[in-house]
Design a protein around this ligand. Structure first.
Ligand SMILES: Nc1ncnc2c1ncn2[C@@H]1O[C@H](COP(=O)(O)OP(=O)(O)OP(=O)(O)O)[C@@H](O)[C@H]1O
Length: 469
């Protein structure tokens, strides 16, 4: 049996998500029940379509925007979601992203994030713009693909330290419909296999010239009717183990900017795309971005790559200042701009960075004129109750009808977000009382333990008055 040796991949290390990124992911989790705008074929809002309750008019308006985006008739324009806090503006932006599809990048930026000590405001905006522009690269490569039938690492004495063992090489077996093949792999590829948590029975492919390993899924020969995890089962690959395969990589322009700012060498797609621009770089500059754009445009013209404009959601847009707004106006003109959705809960207010210019939502009129504005309405008590119901199901909490009513009252008196935030603590208190179901007493106790903004502000005011008298 012919055995082939492969070299390890030397592509850029993929950094784990930074705290900011993790905070961003947490933000997304609170909308995990939102699966889309919940519209019928004719664009009418369904009563609880896709986890969305109420806001029928705003959802239908956003449905029209999704159609405009799909028809590529939305470039250079923005969507502004204006409404009181907790009326589903972020949820609508998430729903639009779902409607556009998982391959469309979606980026959340809270406007106040642009004010950071180290990085220029417009640089933060530029980076978020680039992260919201996807690029899909198709390339045909020589790969070894199949169901993993054998994974045998061979140990050898550690040549460096004289004690302990190291992996000298690993032998794997790959099976396809047509046959099997044994491969002798470099330790670096074995580490990649371990990192991807690949086990015997998984269907994988290994790129021949980089040794990059990709887990496609679990072979459906192992599918059992009792499996609980959300495993993706895939059929046994057809054809030979060694074949030419079209690989699709979904990146965003910031990935390319960063890879070019710190070229790391190597053959995998990130490294290749990371060497588009000659010469050593240290940071991402507008000049670098312009060069990356030029090369990307060349790839698009050759049909190797496709630009996927994503969604950049800028929450609390009234926090941006005049300098940021002028950057946004220019950036929206760029042919490679993402679709920008703004959200604000402010009315007429001062445009930050100016002394005396007030305007609707704190945005300059020239930018406002380019936006479609969608209003979100406060929820009725019944709608708040239904949102709480949907959220409780998603969070796996069981709530009695009376407790749900009590929470809905809290939401009605204070805010939807406050009521939603009482759900998990109430579940904890129910657990402490040895119950799995949340009852009204748990809601009352959490109401006393955790204040809403109005009560806490009033409490401090009373305290302030008491101490000054
Ligand atoms: N109509 C709705 N249906 C289902 N869930 C909703 C709805 N509206 C809001 N939510 C949920 O309520 C919570 C608060 O909503 P969201 O964050 O969208 O409000 P917002 O208008 O963006 O608030 P803010 O102005 O403070 O950013 C989120 O968990 C969101 O998923």
């Amino acid at each position: 049996m012919k055995v082939t040796t492969l070299q390890p991949s030397t592509g850029p290390a993929h950094h784990s998500s930074a705290p900011a990124e993790q905070a961003r992911q947490l933000r997304v989790a609170s909308h995990s029940h939102i699966k889309g705008l919940g519209l019928s074929e004719t664009g009418e809002a369904l009563s609880t379509g896709s986890g969305f309750i109420g806001q029928a008019q705003a959802r239908e308006a956003c449905g029209v925007v999704v159609d405009l985006i799909r028809l590529r008739k939305f470039s250079g324009r923005g969507l502004l979601l204006a409404g009181p806090p907790g009326t589903g503006k972020t949820a609508l932006a998430m729903a639009i992203s779902h409607e556009l599809g998982t391959k469309v990048p979606f980026r959340i930026l809270v406007a106040s994030e642009v004010y950071s000590a180290e990085v220029k405001k417009t640089e933060v905006l530029a980076e978020n713009f680039r992260r919201a522009i996807g690029i899909r690269v198709k390339e045909t490569k020589e790969v070894y693909e199949g169901e993993l039938t054998e994974l045998t690492p061979t140990e050898a004495p550690n040549p460096l330290s004289g004690y302990g063992k190291t992996i000298s090489h690993v032998v794997i077996g790959l099976k396809t419909v047509k046959g099997t093949k044994q491969l002798r792999l470099d330790p670096g590829v074995y580490e990649a296999i371990m990192k991807e948590r690949i086990v015997v029975g998984d269907v994988v492919y290994i790129e021949q010239n980089t040794g990059a390993v990709k887990r496609v899924g679990r072979s459906d020969a192992y599918a059992t009717e009792f499996d609980l995890e959300s495993e993706t089962y895939v059929p046994l690959p057809k054809g030979d183990v060694h074949k030419r395969k079209e690989l699709v990589q979904d990146l965003n322009l910031h990935d390319l900017d960063a890879a070019n700012a710190r070229p790391q060498g190597g053959q995998d797609i990130m490294s290749v795309m990371g060497q588009l621009v000659k010469g050593r770089r240290t940071e991402v500059t507008d000049k670098l971005r312009a060069e990356v754009n030029k090369v990307v445009k060349g790839y698009v013209d050759q049909g190797v790559a496709e630009i996927v404009p994503g969604v950049l959601f800028i929450d609390e847009v009234h926090m941006l200042d005049i300098e940021c707004f002028s950057y946004l106006s220019r950036a929206l003109e760029s042919p490679m701009a993402p679709h920008v959705i703004f959200a604000t809960n402010r009315g007429v207010t001062l445009v930050r960075g100016t002394d005396d210019i007030t305007s609707a939502h704190g945005m300059p009129s020239d930018l406002l004129d380019r936006c479609l504005i969608v209003k979100t309405e406060p929820y009725s008590r019944n709608e708040i109750k239904r949102v709480l119901e949907v959220r409780a199901v998603v969070e796996g909490l069981s709530v009695s009808e009376e407790a749900l009513d009590k929470l809905a009252d809290e939401g009605n008196n204070s805010s939807l977000r406050y009521a939603l935030q009482l759900l998990s603590p109430a579940a904890i208190l129910a657990g402490v009382a040895g119950r799995t179901e949340i009852l009204p007493e748990d809601v009352s106790e959490t109401h006393d333990l955790f204040l809403d903004a109005k009560r806490s502000a009033r409490g401090l005011e009373d305290w302030g008055n008491a101490t000054t008298n």
